[in-house]
Design a protein around this ligand. Structure first.
Ligand code: GDP
Length: 304
C-alpha cells in the first residue's frame, strides 16, 4: 500500500494530529464522541453534509461491529471515507482521456493564481519524460507576464510554446497552436487560458470560442477540460467550481497547493457537491510536485 506522504505534511500535522488527539481524549464512543468527530471533519473542510453522513454511518457500524475503543474507530472511519468517495463517483472515469489517432488537446481553466500555468509545466514534464511530444499554447494573453511564465516552463520542460502578442485575441493563439499541433503530429497540446474573474461572461464566452475552434480543427477535441482549484481557498474553491462547471464542459479537477493546507478534506466536498473526478493533486512548485489522485492512498496519507 503506497501512501501519500510528501506534500501532505500540513494535512497530516493538522488534520491527523488533531484527529489523533481527539481519539486519545476519549474513553468511550459516545454521543460526545460523534459530535466532536463531526466538528473535526468540518474543520478539515470535508463539508457539513459529508461530516454528518460519515458520523451517522459510523454510529451504525459501531453498533453492528461492537467497536468501543476509539482507536479501533480510526480504521473504520478511514474505510468509510474511502468507500464514500468511491461510491460517489461510481460511474465516473477518473483517468485521463487521450486521442488515439491524433493530437490530444487538454484545456486548463480556472481563476488567476490557482496554478494553471504551473500545472501545465508539471504535466508537460511528465508526458515529455514518457516520450510524448508536447506543445503549449499561451492563450492567456490578458494577464501581463502569463505568456512569459509559460515560456519559462516550456524551456524547463524542453517543449515549444505558441504565443501571441500581448492583448492578442486568445482565439487566434489557439487556432495557430491547434493547426501546428495537428499538422506536425504533436501527441499533446496543452492550452493555458485566462482566469480573470472580474468579467465572467466575457471569460466564459472566450472559453467557448476557443473550444469551438479546437473542435473545428480536431474533431472530438478538447479531450480534457481540467478545472484547476486552489485547495487553500477551501469552500471558495467550491464556488469557483460551480461557476466553471455550469459554463464549460469540465472533465476533471486539478487540486493544487495541497502542501499549503491542513484541509485536505476539500477533496470530499468537491466530489460530493460537484460530481467531478479529482484527477491530479499538486503539492509544491517543482515539476515533480504533481500526483495522480488515488482516493485510497490519499485518505490513508491524511490519517497516518
Ligand atoms: P495561474 O494564474 O492559474 O496560471 O497560476 P500559476 O501557475 O501562475 O500559480 C500561481 C502561484 O502558485 C505560483 O507562485 C506557483 O508557483 C504557485 N503554485 C502553483 N501550484 C502550486 C502547488 O501545488 N503548491 C504550491 N505551494 N504553490 C503552487
Amino acid at each position: 500500500q503506497q501512501i501519500y506522504t510528501k506534500g501532505l505534511e500540513k494535512s497530516r500535522t493538522g488534520f491527523a494530529a488533531r484527529f489523533n488527539k481527539f481519539l486519545a481524549n476519549f474513553r468511550s464512543v459516545d454521543e460526545d464522541f460523534f459530535e466532536d468527530l463531526e466538528e473535526t471533519l468540518v474543520g478539515a473542510d470535508v463539508g457539513f453534509d459529508m461530516a454528518i453522513k460519515i458520523s451517522d454511518d459510523l454510529r451504525e457500524e459501531v453498533k453492528l461491529e461492537n467497536v468501543h475503543r476509539p482507536e479501533d474507530v480510526r480504521d473504520v472511519i478511514i474505510k468509510k471515507m474511502v468507500d464514500m468517495y468511491e461510491a460517489d463517483g461510481v460511474n465516473e472515469d477518473a483517468t485521463m482521456h487521450f486521442n488515439v489517432n491524433g493530437t490530444t488537446v487538454i484545456l486548463l481553466v480556472g481563476v488567476n493564481g490557482v496554478g494553471k500555468t504551473t500545472t501545465i509545466g508539471k504535466l508537460s514534464t511528465k508526458y515529455q519524460q514518457q516520450g510524448k511530444s508536447v506543445l503549449l499554447a499561451a492563450a492567456d494573453t490578458f494577464r501581463a507576464g502569463a505568456t512569459k511564465q509559460l515560456q519559462e516552463w516550456g524551456i524547463r520542460a524542453g517543449v515549444p510554446v505558441v504565443a501571441g502578442k500581448e492583448k492578442a485575441d486568445p482565439a487566434s493563439v489557439v487556432f495557430e497552436a491547434v493547426a501546428k499541433a495537428r499538422d506536425e503530429h504533436y501527441d499533446i497540446l496543452f492550452v493555458d487560458t485566462a482566469g480573470r474573474l472580474q468579467n465572467n461572461v466575457n471569460l466564459m464566452q472566450e472559453l467557448e470560442k476557443m473550444k469551438r475552434i479546437i473542435k473545428r480543427e480536431i474533431p472530438g477535441a478538447p479531450h480534457e477540460v481540467l478545472l484547476v482549484l486552489d485547495a487553500t481557498t477551501g469552500q471558495n474553491a467550491l464556488q469557483q467550481a460551480k461557476l466553471f462547471k455550469n459554463s464549460s464542459d469540465v472533465t476533471g479537477i486539478v487540486l493544487t497547493k495541497m502542501d499549503g493546507t491542513a484541509k485536505g478534506g476539500i477533496v470530499f466536498a468537491i466530489r460530493n457537491d460537484m460530481q467531478l473526478p479529482v484527477k491530479w493533486v499538486g503539492f509544491g512548485e517543482k515539476a515533480s510536485d504533481l500526483r495522480e489522485f488515488k482516493p485510497e492512498e490519499f485518505i490513508y496519507g491524511m490519517f497516518k
